[in-house]
Design a protein around this ligand. Structure first.
Ligand SMILES: [Zn+2]
Length: 148
């Protein structure tokens, strides 16, 4: 059913790709520029890219809103990185520097860093302040996105 396709935005060229629900993202490539659509390593994005994702993308993606001066952010970073590798088939992992993208951080109404926010189907499905690590982080992600 074409209606169930996910619309996955390519951050390389801005094209929106339709990906059938049964196809994992791990080997999916952009139809226009051939860039991989999955994020086996977290990708830094800007306010503009976040706005495009929120308005045009219906896949599952997670955002770590962080700051370079934030100790808990640095503590969580390797765990977030590891989770991206494990869950790359289903969820994309992005990072937003709250100091360099203050407009986005303000519009998201975050109360502190780090904050994890998730979107799926064009809707915000998860919003969690505070650092999460290890198995608890994976469990939270799976629960947030209804993964098996
Ligand atoms: Zn592309």
């Amino acid at each position: 059913m074409a209606g169930d396709d996910r619309r996955i935005l390519c951050l390389g060229c801005g094209a929106v790709n339709r990906v059938p629900p049964e196809k994992t993202l791990r080997h999916a490539k952009c139809g226009r520029c051939a860039k991989g659509l999955a994020t086996p390593e977290p990708v830094d994005i800007t306010s503009e890219q976040l706005a495009a994702l929120k308005s045009r993308d219906t896949g599952a993606f997670l955002l770590d809103i962080w700051a370079s001066w934030c100790g808990p952010c640095r503590m969580m970073a390797p765990h977030y990185h590891a989770a991206a590798g494990r869950l790359a088939e289903e969820v994309r992992f992005f990072k937003l520097d709250s100091d360099q993208n203050q407009d986005a951080a303000a519009s998201l109404q975050i109360r502190g860093v780090p904050t994890l926010m998730g979107w799926k189907g064009g809707r915000l499905v998860a919003n969690q302040p505070g650092a999460q690590t290890g198995p608890a982080l994976d469990a939270w992600i799976r629960n947030s996105f209804n993964l098996a």
